[in-house]
Every structure is written in structure tokens, then in C-alpha cells.
Design a protein around this ligand. Sequence first.
Ligand code: FAD
Ligand code: FES
Length: 326
Amino acid sequence: MYKINYNNIGYSYNNDSKDTLLSAALRSNIGFPYECNSGGCGACKFELIEGEVEELWPKAPGLSIRDRRKGKLLACQCKPTSDLEISISNLTMEQPAYKPTNFSAKVIERQFLSEEMFALHLHTDSETSFIPGQFFMVKLAGIGTRAYSAANPVNGNKLTFIIKTVPDGKVSQQLAYSDVVDLNIDGPYGTSGLTLADEEKSVFIAGGSGIAPMLSMVQTLIRQEYEKPIFVFYGSRIEDELIVAKELFGEATNLTLINVLSDSLPGSDWQGETGYIHDVLPKYLDDLTSTEFYLCGPPVMINAMQKLLMVENGVSFSKIHFDRFF
Ligand SMILES: Cc1cc2nc3c(=O)[nH]c(=O)nc-3n(C[C@H](O)[C@H](O)[C@H](O)COP(=O)(O)OP(=O)(O)OC[C@H]3O[C@@H](n4cnc5c(N)ncnc54)[C@H](O)[C@@H]3O)c2cc1C
Ligand code: FES
């Protein structure tokens, strides 16, 4: 057992757990700043004051060259190998609503939704608890660990991921095309789940596989008979994904789904919106106040949306919940 101290908070680290510093803190019900748990965002940066760590991914893009020069490290990519004294400058650290746990799941079905995207339906060995919008880490032994967002509302032992295959992607290709059935999963993680307050409407904006957490959140709202307007803007370069999105989101009187095809190919008879979501959105929403925004997709899409909402329209940062898929 190692003792970890940071900013006057202390917790114990079980040496047999193979946990990272971040997971161990959250499992001890201690808040720690983070976003992606995947080495991409840099939100979990810390400074090592005393002790030693093993870095799991020394070249993780979440640290800049300047960060490395200053000796910064990522809590989601480090395991302690002694007692530690560390310091964190990012003080946004809420206690987790649900402590992440390790559990097993069986693949029940792989359902292809387009040539690149599939739903992985799982039966978990214990009931899952999460806030819609949160994600889980799927660990494939000897291959890698990747984050996938829950695509269904909380539903006992059922858990669904919607995954895009990445060309030569180690984990996505394996999950799509191998006959792997037994999975090791850890979660939930994530800090940008469904947040209901005094908003007048909720707006969901997703690109590609960013549809997964949006489905979990929107279907939860529909089940809870949420009566305020729900707008979903979904962008993809693949027409089949836009067609399937209609079926996946379903219908509700207060739900408006705007599908946006990013590239209309020659010969396409697509009649809907085309281009970037950040260009299309202002046509549908003229009032962006009293609105909760949920953004999910590649970092470049999130950056463009944040610029539109915060810089050009003065939307407060606290009203924008986002997950960048690194
Ligand atoms: C919060 C979050 C939620 C996500 N949710 C979804 C989802 O719902 N659906 C979906 O399709 N995708 C999702 N992703 C993306 C997903 O986690 C994978 O990045 C994607 O499937 C590609 O993985 P791959 O192994 O197939 O590709 P690869 O090209 O083999 O791996 C790419 C990714 O692996 C990680 N990585 C690379 N090298 C290392 C290393 N040495 N150690 C640790 N990590 C490494 C990086 O995150 C990188 O982006 C999410 C990502 C994040 C951060
Ligand atoms: S949470 Fe560690 S880099 Fe994103």
C-alpha cells in the first residue's frame, strides 16, 4: 500500500490493483481533475514533488513539450511505485457520482449500422450505474485500453457501445471483426453527463461516433418524460449513419433531429443540410440563452462549436458540457 498526498488530500494506493493514480483516486471517492482518461486532454496534469511513478504512455499527447520540460505528468497515465507527494494546479475536482469499478461483460450482438459504425450490445456481470453521457474503459489484454461511451440509458445489466472502426485501429478493429466475447471493463468515467437545471431547452451536438453518449442522454430524457424542447444536431460524412440516426433517436413531440451531411458526394440525392454543424445551427436556434449544450465528437468539431457558442454568442462555459474523443 502506498500513500498518495496531493494539495492536503491523502489516499491509499493498493500496489496489486494495477490502477493509475487517477483511477485509484476516483475509486477512493476522491475528486481529481480529468476529462478523457485516455492521455489526450491534459486535464489530469500534476507535478511530482516526492516519490516515483511508472509512466504507461510516455509520449501521450496530453502533455506539451513545455509541460514535459517542467516535469509535468498525467495522472491517467501513471502508476505510483512508491509513496507520493504531488501537486495539482487545476482545482476543478468533483467527487465522482459513481465510483469506477472493474467488471466483466459478454458480447451479445454486434450490429453494423454503416460500413464503419457498429453497436456492441453487452450483458454485464453486475448492474451498471452511470450518469448518461459517461464512458467506460474497455481493456483488451495485450492490445490496449480505450474509452467508449454508454449509448443506452441505465438499464440493469445491459450496456451498449456505438463504435466507429478506425483504419488500422487496434481496439476498434478487434471489437468489430474478431470473435472476442468476454470483455474486461472499468467505469464509469467522465465529467460531462446529463445536467438538468432551470434550462429552457437542451441541445445535443454530435459528430460520427459522438452519437453514442447523445443517444444515452436523449433516450433518458424521453423516458423521463422531459417536456422542454430537445434539439439534436448530428453530423456525419456517411449518409447511412444519418439515416440510422433517425431510427436510433426515435420520435417524440419535443424532439427535433437535424442531420447534417458533411460532404455530399456526386450522385447523392441527399435533401437535408450539408456542411459543418456550426454553420447550420444558427439557422435553427436564434436564442442560445437558458440552454444546456452537450457536445461530443472529434476535438476539431468541439473547438469550432465552443468558438461559436462562447466567443461569438456569449454562452457561459458552465452551460457547455463536452466530451472530446481523442
Ligand atoms: C472520453 C472518450 C469517449 C470515447 N467514446 C467513444 C465512443 O463512444 N465510440 C467510439 O467509436 N470511440 C470513442 N472514443 C474513441 C476511442 O476511445 C478510440 O480512440 C477509438 O476507438 C480508436 O481506437 P483504436 O484502438 O481502434 O485506434 P488506434 O489508432 O489503435 O488507437 C488510437 C487511440 O488509442 C489511444 N492510444 C494510442 N496509443 C496509446 C498508448 N500507448 N497507451 C494508451 N492509449 C493509447 C489514444 O487515445 C488514441 O486516440 C472515445 C474516446 C474518448 C477519449
Ligand atoms: S484525463 Fe488524463 S490526459 Fe485526459
